[in-house]
Write a protein that binds this ligand. Sequence first.
Ligand SMILES: [Ca+2]
Length: 156
Amino acid sequence: MSSKLVIVAFLFCGIRSINCAGCHVGWIQYQNKCYWFSHDSRPWGEAESICAVFHSKLAEPRTASESSFLISHSQRNGGIYWIGISDMIEEDRWIYSSDQTVILVNNFQPGEPNAHTAANCVALWPAFHGKWADEACGANYRFVCETEFEEVDVVG
Ligand SMILES: [Ca+2]
């Protein structure tokens, strides 16, 4: 990297609106991932497709801290958000949609899930302070996409 580019990178990284940590503008970094909280609402399956367009997937919290982040940030934004967990393949077997493995964290609100085969997708639910509810996958809600955090080479 030329010294000129290093200086340019330094200047841009000093501006708060430009995230030099490896997330695209509008995405939020938490630990090793970048997240995008949508403003518009879509059925769960469409939300999954929209995330894929951005080379991402519906958020799949794998740790308690990651799940807590999603819950608290959804509360800050307001609204109901789909995440990438469902039991649509086998009732009451909650899996991550990208690799179909059983969930590693469970933040269902006490009493949830409660809608059996009528609701096979997980949403962050404001009335539960962002904790999970099982919802009908066809409902139009906002959604959270995630990508892996990548170290950015400033050149190019
Ligand atoms: Ca279900």
